[in-house]
Write a protein that binds this ligand. Structure first.
Ligand SMILES: NC(=O)c1ccc[n+]([C@@H]2O[C@H](COP(=O)([O-])OP(=O)(O)OC[C@H]3O[C@@H](n4cnc5c(N)ncnc54)[C@H](OP(=O)(O)O)[C@@H]3O)[C@@H](O)[C@H]2O)c1
Length: 426
């Protein structure tokens, strides 16, 4: 069997997606020429899934690399699974296709394999990636997220993308799309931050029965040089538990982190490296298997740690909160502590192996035991008042407001922050 197909997962629209993707976003100080070289190396090594976005400003280089590898006979266009993302400044339905056309023009391709809504917040249309007002506040736009989705569906109908998906969505906006009257295409995947420190077990449980693949970004713990990455987070690949498991299997912590997603979670993983040796190393993840005990141990590392914070928690003044809430699809709820929703990611039966083409892995069995004490979560109660009135008594200095981007835990962060904010002295 074609090894690439053997390591692909069948999406809910019938297309195949290679389970290991090559990430391409890099800190701004990294020269764009490195992207082109890295893509060529990655294709030579065997990667067939390449992830990028309008935001990354590297689609010209990626397109050039793909076309060169096509010209030298290494791959055909059909061998490559390329995903791009519509950026927030193109969320108005009439602009979505313009966003994709711009990406395609830069790539020199006639279609992408997957087009994702990058994150659930619309930004003021225009040239600026992060439009800001005179006070430096991000300017959001008010767009019906479902209308944006319909425009993405239209791109599929036009043949500009094979599949359609979302990114950085929690259950709530995902459900909004799924319940949308006249939904034509279900998202095939939800690309979110996911790694042993943030295992996304709840979101995974939400997505799996709905046949929505979870794609893990920052699966290696990302790169602290990136503007949006929290500098105060522990380095995942230096985690002693990860290191011990790697030593046991005579592999590297990066390979363990990727295998954690691929072998047991039924998750597609993205790995970025522009270093030839590490590009190769990261691709050698199908040569060993983690044991169920390894997975349970890795599962126990979940600490609700997010590397990507700032982009998900735009800073804005309290006056702009209602606008931000609308932009982030954040309807306000009254919150109550004490809701537990920890679902350990458990290993499937030992017979499970790497995914086969056309097959979906079996759902993991129900958790057998809970080793860790459940974390305190907050329950959403029915909406009572608007965000504006709820936050009316907040202090007036700038405060980081989290969004509804990621699953459960992040929504909880929203709520915890709201509680915390309420407790602040004015
Ligand atoms: N949808 C979204 O909002 C979103 C957000 C973030 C990322 N993404 C996508 O997901 C991809 C992956 O995420 P990411 O780039 O943030 O982080 P990542 O893949 O978790 O980690 C990348 C970092 O790990 C290093 N690295 C790679 N392999 C290594 C190894 N074997 N040993 C040690 N270090 C290693 C890389 O450095 P070197 O390059 O020097 O090897 C780089 O600094 C992105 O590139 C992008 O395509 C999507």
């Amino acid at each position: 069997m074609d090894p690439v197909k053997a390591c692909s997962i069948k999406l809910n629209d019938g297309h195949l997606m290679p389970v290991l993707g090559f990430g391409t976003s890099a800190p701004s100080e990294v020269a764009k020429s490195n992207v082109e070289e890295a893509i060529k190396t990655a294709i030579n090594v065997g990667y067939r899934h390449i992830d990028s976005a309008y935001l990354y400003l590297n689609e010209e280089e990626i397109g050039r690399a793909i076309r060169k590898k096509n010209a030298d006979g290494t791959v055909t266009r059909e061998d490559i699974f390329y995903s791009s993302k519509v950026w927030g400044t193109f969320f108005r339905p009439e602009l979505v296709q313009t966003g994709l056309d711009t990406s395609l023009r830069k790539l020199g391709l006639s279609y992408v394999n997957l087009y994702l809504i990058h994150f659930p917040a619309a930004l003021k249309p225009g040239e600026e990636l992060f439009p800001k007002d005179k006070d430096g506040e991000i300017i959001f736009d008010t767009v019906d997220f479902c209308a944006t989705w319909e425009a993405v569906e239209k791109c599929k109908d036009l043949g500009l993308t094979k599949s359609t998906g979302v990114s950085n969505l929690s259950c709530r906006p995902l459900e909004m799309i799924l319940n949308k009257p006249g939904l034509k295409y279900k998202p095939v995947c939800n690309q979110v931050e996911c790694h042993p420190y943030l295992n996304q077990s709840k979101l995974l449980e939400f997505c799996k029965p709905k046949d929505i693949v979870l794609t893990a970004y920052a699966a290696l713990g990302s790169d602290s040089r990136k503007e949006w990455v929290n500098k105060n987070t522990p380095i995942l690949l230096k985690d002693p538990v990860l290191k011990a498991i790697a030593e046991k299997h005579r592999c590297t912590p990066a390979q363990v982190a990727l295998s954690f997603q691929l072998q047991w979670g039924g998750v597609v993983a993205l790995a970025k490296s522009f270093n030839e040796k590490r590009i190769q190393e990261n691709f050698q993840v199908f040569d060993f298997q983690l044991t169920p005990e390894d997975v349970e141990t890795l599962d126990g590392l979940d600490r609700n740690i997010r590397y990507f914070t700032d982009i998900q928690r735009p800073r804005c003044s309290p006056a702009a909160y209602p606008e931000l809430a609308r932009a982030l699809l954040l309807s306000v709820s009254v919150l109550k502590p004490g809701f537990h929703d920890s679902h350990p990611r458990t290993a499937p039966p030992s017979s499970a192996s790497n995914p086969q083409a056309g097959e979906r892995r079996p759902l993991p069995p129900e958790p057998r035991m809970r080793r860790r004490p459940p974390r305190t979560r907050f329950e959403i109660l029915p909406r009572r008042r608007g965000l504006g009135s709820q936050l009316g008594s907040l202090p007036t200095h700038r405060q980081s407001l989290p969004s509804c981007f990621a699953e459960g835990s992040q929504m909880c962060t929203v709520r915890q922050n709201l509680w915390a904010a309420r407790a602040w002295p004015s």
